[in-house]
Structures are given as structure tokens and as C-alpha cells.
Design a binder for this molecule. Structure first.
Ligand code: ADP
Ligand code: MG
Length: 327
């Protein structure tokens, strides 16, 4: 089963940022209001994530680490099934098969927190008491220490951390209700409080995209034919053009889409100078029946049922907002 976990991990634990993604999504599932992410050496040395969510019962701790570690997965067929299913119920067992993992958790009802250690081959699933407050900490050390072939594929510390930082920014722009703290090698990179007011919302945008973005952007709130577009688009005075400053969410989910890019680019070109690289944080909300989300969670693709309608709507919304603010 250790091997099965490792093979499953090969499919899903590609790099440190994939571990962070799974662990932070678990915090969301647990109803956390704040998530603290500590990274060391690009995540290769350590990924430590602490939340204030519902926690895990003592008796469920070993279960969380060994959900599919049963002899049921014995045939190649089963294995194929596991890998195509991706991470469902597989994240913690997969990660613990390629790293040293400690899970500490306390529920509201419990008298104290409990801790289990899973270290590749050494599994100690006998919970020990721990002084942790309510919520959960997952501490992942030495990723791929026992799979050198995979470790070889990792890039520099800076590159791996860059992936993590981008991921957390994307998440923070879709979950304003949750606080995020991110450190790298003990240095604070992001410190975002949960947002309740409009001012705080703009502060979060500034914290993620820089204050020059928020100072040089126009706010959009546009609705037509059942479609709604809100967010911010950078003005031409904001000259820092960065590919990674394009955030587009459909019903709360980050996507990359040709049709969307085209509509945005077209609106910019028609209103502002040519050749400028648009910078934006935009949220499109529409009837979920009008959009197909790619089944693979790692892919950012969508397909709109009425592409023309969406394209024209985006173009009109952006054209109007940008034109209003043309100097
Ligand atoms: P999945 O999220 O698909 O159920 P995981 O391997 O990611 O599978 O997690 C296994 C289980 O461990 C979850 O179903 C959940 O019950 C528990 N769990 C994991 N992380 C947390 C967390 N941060 N807070 C509370 N429960 C958690
Ligand atoms: Mg999960």
C-alpha cells in the first residue's frame, strides 16, 4: 500500500505548490476563518499549514492518513481508477508517502489536541496529546526525500516558492472571508486579514497586486442579460505589465480562457493605447448551467455555452468602464 500511495502521489503531488493547494483546500472544507502557511526552502524543506477550522476527532486522525491504504487497491485497474480520481480522499495519504508528515488537530469538544506522525515508512498512528488550540496543523517536511527521481524535477527554491505565492494570491482573491498569512524562510510575504468591509476588500487587493494597482485602476460593477461582472481593471497609468497580474474568476473559480482574454484585450485596445498588457482582477458570475467546468481540478479551462454572449458582455462592460475613465 505504501507503493500504491507513492504511485498515486506521483500523479498528484507534482511539486510543493500542489501540496499547499490540497492542504489549504482542506482548511476551507473545515470552515477555517484564517490559514497560516509557513514555507521553508521553497516548500522542499517544510510546508506547515495551520487553520482554526473544525478540527479532526482523535479517532479519525489515523483514518485521515490512511483512507485508501487498504488492500482493496490491489489491481492495476484499481490503481488507474485512483489516479484518474486524483486526490479525492487521497491527499494526506499520498503526501505522507513522499514526505514526513505530522498532523495535529483539536475539535471544539475535545479536552486537548492530538497528534499523529507519518514518516514515509514509519507510520505511528497512535495519537499523542498535544497543546495545539482548536483547529488543525499539517506539517510536511522533506518532500520527496524518499523519491529522489521526483526531487530531481524540482526547480530552484525561488521558483517553487513563486508557484506557492501565486497559488495563495489566487486563493486569497477568491476567498475574501478567510485570512491568509504566508511566510517564506521566516520572512512575512503576505498577511491578509479576513475582509468584511469594502475598504478592507481594497486593502486586500492592494496587498496582493500592490497599492499602485488599486490607485490606478477602475472599479467595475456591470450587469446585463443575467451576467454580472465586478472587479478592477488597471488603467494605462499603471504601467507595470505582468502576466501574473491577470485574475479572472468564473463563479468564484479562477480560469484562463481564450475567449475571455480576447474580449479583455479587445476592450483595452479599442479604448486605450495599443499593445498594452492588461492587468485585472475580475469576477464573472452567471448561471452555472451556462458554463462547463473542466472535470480536472488542476486545469483552469472552462467552456461557455453561449460564448458569443459572454464575449460581447465582457467587451461592453470593460469598454464602458475604461471609456468612462479615459483621461
Ligand atoms: P479529502 O479532502 O478528499 O476528504 P484528504 O486526504 O485531503 O481527503 O483529507 C482527508 C480527511 O482528513 C478529510 O476528509 C477531513 O475529514 C480531514 N482533514 C484534512 N485536513 C483537515 C483540516 N485542515 N481540518 C479538518 N479536517 C481535515
Ligand atoms: Mg482534501
Amino acid at each position: 500500500t505504501q507503493l500504491v500511495n507513492q504511485i498515486a502521489a506521483g500523479e498528484v503531488v507534482e511539486r510543493p505548490s500542489s501540496v499547499v493547494k490540497e492542504l489549504v483546500e482542506n482548511c476551507f472544507d473545515a470552515g477555517a476563518t484564517s490559514v497560516a502557511i509557513e514555507i521553508e526552502q521553497g516548500g522542499m524543506r517544510r510546508i506547515k499549514i495551520r487553520d482554526d477550522g473544525c478540527g479532526i476527532d482523535k479517532d479519525d486522525l489515523p483514518l485521515a492518513l490512511s483512507r485508501h491504504a487498504t488492500s482493496k487497491i490491489a489491481t492495476l485497474d484499481d490503481l488507474e481508477h485512483v489516479s484518474t480520481m486524483g486526490f479525492r480522499g487521497e491527499a494526506l495519504p499520498s503526501i505522507s508517502s513522499v514526505a514526513r508528515l505530522t498532523l495535529i488537530s483539536r475539535t471544539e469538544a475535545a479536552d486537548c489536541a492530538w497528534r499523529v506522525d507519518a514518516d514515509g515508512s514509519e507510520q505511528n498512528f497512535d495519537p499523542k496529546p498535544d497543546p495545539h488550540p482548536q483547529g488543525t496543523t499539517v506539517d510536511v517536511r522533506d518532500l520527496f526525500y524518499n523519491t529522489p527521481a521526483r526531487r530531481k524535477f524540482l526547480k530552484t527554491e525561488k521558483t517553487e516558492f513563486g508557484h506557492i505565492e501565486t497559488l495563495i494570491k489566487r486563493m486569497a482573491l477568491s476567498r475574501f472571508d478567510i485570512g491568509f498569512a504566508l511566510t517564506h524562510n521566516q520572512r512575512e510575504v503576505l498577511n491578509l486579514k479576513p475582509v468584511t468591509t469594502e475598504v478592507q476588500r481594497e486593502q486586500r487587493i492592494a496587498g496582493i497586486c500592490g497599492s499602485e494597482f488599486i490607485d490606478n485602476s477602475v472599479k467595475i460593477d456591470f450587469e446585463a442579460s443575467g451576467l454580472q461582472l465586478t472587479g478592477w481593471v488597471g488603467l494605462p497609468t499603471f504601467s507595470r505589465s505582468q502576466q501574473d497580474m491577470q485574475f479572472f474568476y468564473v463563479n468564484g473559480r479562477l480560469i484562463k480562457d481564450k475567449l475571455v482574454s480576447h474580449a479583455v484585450k479587445q476592450a483595452y485596445q479599442d479604448v486605450l493605447y495599443h499593445g498594452r498588457h492588461p492587468v485585472f482582477v475580475l469576477y464573472l458570475n452567471l448561471d452555472p448551467a451556462l458554463v462547463d467546468v473542466n472535470a480536472h481540478p488542476a486545469k483552469l479551462e472552462v467552456r461557455f455555452r453561449e460564448g458569443r454572449l459572454v464575449h460581447d458582455f465582457l467587451y461592453r462592460a470593460l469598454h464602458r468602464s475604461l471609456a468612462d475613465l479615459r483621461p
